[in-house]
Design a protein around this ligand. Structure first.
Ligand SMILES: *[C@@H]1O[C@H](CO)[C@@H](O)[C@H](O)[C@H]1NC(C)=O
Ligand SMILES: *[C@@H]1O[C@H](CO)[C@@H](O)[C@H](O)[C@H]1NC(C)=O
Ligand SMILES: *[C@@H]1O[C@H](CO)[C@@H](O)[C@H](O)[C@H]1NC(C)=O
Length: 251
């Protein structure tokens, strides 16, 4: 648990280098701010934020934390990770008010409008299981929400070089109900996208990040674009385990 907390803090600090801490914020200020947002402005978490004549843009990143299981036969990777998501919600900004000395506030994600991101290639619609953690809302209306997420993804399994086999797995995200004219998705600007430096080691497989790809699909039926973001990972078997098992009887 401790490791998990450390990684979350590290990761978040990467994208929030502009994070500011203010030690003159009081509980009364926070109450005042919550009252401004949720009472005076009557924030409606079901109303999609629409920038002036523009598209609702969501930046995302997926960080794999731990491979729970990699089943070669069914070609399914089960993993734990964090879905980083960030967007702008103008009705949450307070930088032009008397409370602007408050740099940011934590708000339960269940109180906010959340983009309906789904993993398209999940093979189990009971997963991804998204947990409703707090979101961080910044005074300019930017929101950062990083729910931990379990998912099952399909992989291209290639056993030709067993036990040095490596496989390509990918996780694809997009809006479940909106086309690209309404909501668009982009890779999050981070120094270590898809990152893994603190990944929990799996005894059998190593995993490394390949790339993030933005894809826009058009279908015959319709003229609107359907954008998605895929994170590609390479899963490699650790041959040392097999050397050990195979060579042991010789001793
Ligand atoms: C809080 O601190 C910031 C920066 O130190 C300062 O600009 C602001 O005026 C202070 N606000 C209040 C209400 O004291
Ligand atoms: C991310 O980086 C790209 C290229 O450097 C830039 O065009 C884009 O505006 C950036 N997006 C955000 C949200 O900062
Ligand atoms: C990302 O990697 C995958 C798998 O190797 C590849 O098919 C895809 O073309 C790559 N995308 C980009 C943008 O490099």
């Amino acid at each position: 648990m401790r490791a998990l907390i450390v990684i979350v803090v590290l990761n978040i600090s990467l994208i929030t280098a502009y994070n500011e801490y203010s030690n003159n914020v009081t509980t009364a200020d926070l109450k005042e701010l919550r009252k401004l947002l949720f009472v005076s402005r009557d924030y409606d978490r079901f109303a999609r934020p629409i920038p002036k004549n523009d598209i609702f843009r969501v930046s995302i990143d997926y960080n794999l934390i731990h491979i729970t299981n990699f089943d070669i036969r069914s070609q399914i990777l089960t993993a734990e990770g964090w879905l980083f998501s960030s967007w702008h919600d103008g009705s949450l900004a307070w930088d032009t008010t008397a409370l602007r000395h408050i740099p940011n506030i934590r708000i339960p994600s269940t109180q906010l409008y959340l983009p309906d991101l789904m993993s398209y290639n999940s093979v189990d619609y009971g997963s991804p299981r998204i947990i409703n953690t707090n979101a961080i809302v910044y005074r300019n209306g930017n929101v950062l929400w990083v729910p931990p997420m379990t998912l099952k993804a399909m992989c291209r399994v290639n056993l030709k070089r067993w036990p040095y086999d490596e496989h390509i797995c990918f996780i694809k995200f997009g809006s479940w109900t909106h086309d690209g004219y309404i909501m668009d998705v982009f890779p999050m600007n981070r120094t270590n996208p898809g990152l893994l430096n603190d990944i929990w080691k799996n005894t059998e497989f190593d995993i490394s990040y390949i790339n993030v790809t933005r894809d826009v699909k058009f279908y015959d039926c319709c003229k609107e674009p359907y954008p998605s973001i895929s994170f590609f990972f390479r899963v490699q078997r650790r041959p040392s385990l097999y050397h050990y098992i195979i060579s042991m009887p010789a001793f």
